[in-house]
Design a protein around this ligand. Sequence first.
Ligand SMILES: Cc1ncc(COP(=O)(O)O)c(C=O)c1O
Length: 460
Amino acid sequence: MEVRKVVLTEDEMPRQWYNILADIKMNPPLGPDGKPIGPEMLAPVFPMNLIEQEVSTERWIDIPEEVIKVLQIWRPSPLVRALTLEKALGTPARIYFKNESVSPPGSHKPNTAVPQAYYNKVFGIKRMTTETGAGQWGSALSFACSQFGIECKIFMVRISFDQKPYRKSMMEAWGGKCVASPSTETKAGRDILAKYPDTPGSLGIAISEAVEAAVSDQSGKTRYSLGSVLNHVMLHQTIIGLEAKKQMEKIGEYPDVIIGCAGGGSNFAGLAFPYVYDKINGKEIEIYPVEPAACPTMTKAPFVYDHGDTAGYTPLLPMHSLGHTFMPPPIHAGGLRYHGMAPTVSQLVTEGIITPKAVAQTPAYEAGVLFARTEGIIPAPETTHALATVIEEAKKAKEEGKEKVILFNWSGHGLLDLGAYDKYFACELEDCVLSEEEISKSKKVFEKFPKPQKLVSRIR
Ligand SMILES: Cc1ncc(COP(=O)(O)O)c(C=O)c1O
């Protein structure tokens, strides 16, 4: 019998996260004066125990037992071989995926929501605020806060709020409160609405609103939480890749190609970083983060210092950015509509350790539908971007007659994204390609900021 699914026991779940900051060089985040910021400057926004993780350069960081207990609700997640998809493609490639959709909210997002809620609880925080693009992150934090008895407030990007009303219902089922962003509850939201009353919103705007809501609470008991981009988020997600390594080892496999979709970079990093460690230490692996062609951060935008949010509340981060005021087109993969990219992922791109790809939304849905009709599960619009690249690689293996092993992250299910599938079936989806002129215009916002240094971490 061919192996279809590799599972780990709960005992075999990793007990430490992998911290890539031990193995790569990074430009520091900068404050408004252009000088590197110290941990204390982040204290009004995040609890100090998470700030310590954000700046830690320890390679291995213990996962607290209380976090493990909650992760056990759905982890370890299965590693699945896409046998039916392989057959449909007639490829000699063996395709494996980590099914992160088995978590209660349906994606990889609770891998960091749970530790973030835990560290906030330990620090004495009573209320957390956040943004959500696709609705997956908002649901994940709402779920995690319910596990630790913390209040949760979510600013949901307007277009997703309208497209996916049941995501709000999920957040409310776990006790969270969700409003559409931009909202009238914050200065950042009101300013945007005054200028653009019909805006579809963006992750950058929703982040500004959530940060403002946290720091303006005079009780000092509210903190902000970010679902991607930051170092500690990437750290928490590495449980995916660490599990995958154990699972592949069990069946004597090692990947030639690793693929994950990338919005802020966290599900990609979660799977890829433990393998980046191997690559830095001499293994030959191709590693592809995949972004939407409509929001081409890594494939078209430069590596610069820019704000992580639209209002400019966050420090300047070294990253690939389309400009913090860039308004991504209203594609259905809401979780990929972000102007920037995680600094760690950006650094690896600039060093050529990983190779970004861009996919338009129609071929992405085409891949998603093929997957649903072969493997049976319906992917989130974000995940379909990874899938399109997996299929391209599998076809390439067929042309070359190579027995490649492809591993990718199945970041979430699309059961609350069916409106987008309806649009695809009705041929109502458009493939938006940004013109060079639009990209140049949006880049003006960071022209005056300092430039990051070109650092080289790779051991040669
Ligand atoms: C299912 C799914 N995949 C991927 C992403 C992209 O986020 P990240 O790049 O942080 O993994 C999201 C974000 O909301 C998501 O919901």
